[in-house]
Design a protein around this ligand. Structure first.
Ligand code: URA
Length: 251
């Protein structure tokens, strides 16, 4: 039988200590040993059953799975580090204590529900368009939109990377100058909602993600995060393990 092999970089980053880039730099800096020998090559193969990997002289502990939701404010990037030093969602997650990755992205100017986890399989499944996980957004357009225009969003329209799938679209209200509507899509293409509205010759003034699948943003305040309850997690689909965090923590 084949032995389970992983690169050293993957072993370190999967242990929940930090990002893959950080794992590479720690390995390069000589902080990792394999079978008592310092290994500085991040691509070194590790036999998961036989090799003993130590980080700063300590064994790696089996990672707990953590699932949380953040109310991302406008003006925060969904990336770990920004070369221009703009605020990122990680600035709001300082007390999480383990490295989590965002489940998909929200644009800089989009606010709302962002899921984060250290369970990469879970993240990949939610992001995979084949699973048709619905994402619901509230949109303010820069002008009034007609019923025909909302129907075009609903039926699917042509974008430069192909036609959009049918969506659920509901007019919420019209003010004197602007239409507010709700749209639910099952894809997660780059800037998709903005590009759909632009295809009508209009623009998005405000975009808030209010739900992912059965999970709504609820009463979470802007900029705060909390752990998902096991039942919420289960509603999103099967996880390999779920580690309950008893209390709701706010940043
Ligand atoms: N659609 C967009 O245009 N932007 C987002 O951030 C999410 C969906």
């Amino acid at each position: 039988m084949k032995r389970p092999l992983k690169t050293l970089e993957r072993v370190i980053s999967k242990a929940g200590l930090g990002s893959r880039t950080e794992a590479r730099s720690w390995i390069g800096a000589g902080r990792v040993s394999v079978n008592r020998r310092v290994i500085q090559d991040p691509d070194h193969w590790i036999d998961m059953e036989r090799d003993k990997v130590l980080f700063d002289g300590k064994p790696l502990v089996k990672k707990e799975h953590v699932y949380l939701m953040l109310y991302k404010p406008k003006g925060y990037l969904t990336t770990y580090k920004d070369p221009e030093n703009r605020p990122t969602v990680y600035d709001l997650l300082r007390d999480v204590g383990t490295f989590v990755v965002p489940v998909g992205r929200l644009d800089l100017d989009t606010s709302g529900l962002l899921l984060l986890t250290n369970d990469t399989q879970f993240a990949e499944r939610i992001m995979n368009p084949d699973f048709h996980v619905a994402k619901r957004y509230l949109v303010k357009a820069n002008r009034l939109l007609s019923d025909e225009e909302l129907a075009r969003l609903r039926d699917g329209l042509e974008l430069d990377d192909g036609p959009t799938r049918p969506a659920t679209v509901k007019r919420v209200r019209d003010s004197e100058k602007y239409t507010h509507f709700e749209i639910t899509i099952t894809e997660g293409r780059n800037r998709q909602v903005r590009r759909m509205v632009e295809a009508l010759g209009a623009m998005v003034l405000k975009l808030v993600r209010v739900a992912i699948g059965p999970l709504g943003i609820g009463t979470l305040e802007v900029g705060k995060w909390r752990y998902l309850e096991p039942a919420e997690c289960a509603r999103l689909g099967p996880q390999r393990t779920f580690v309950r965090k008893a209390s709701t923590r706010l940043t």
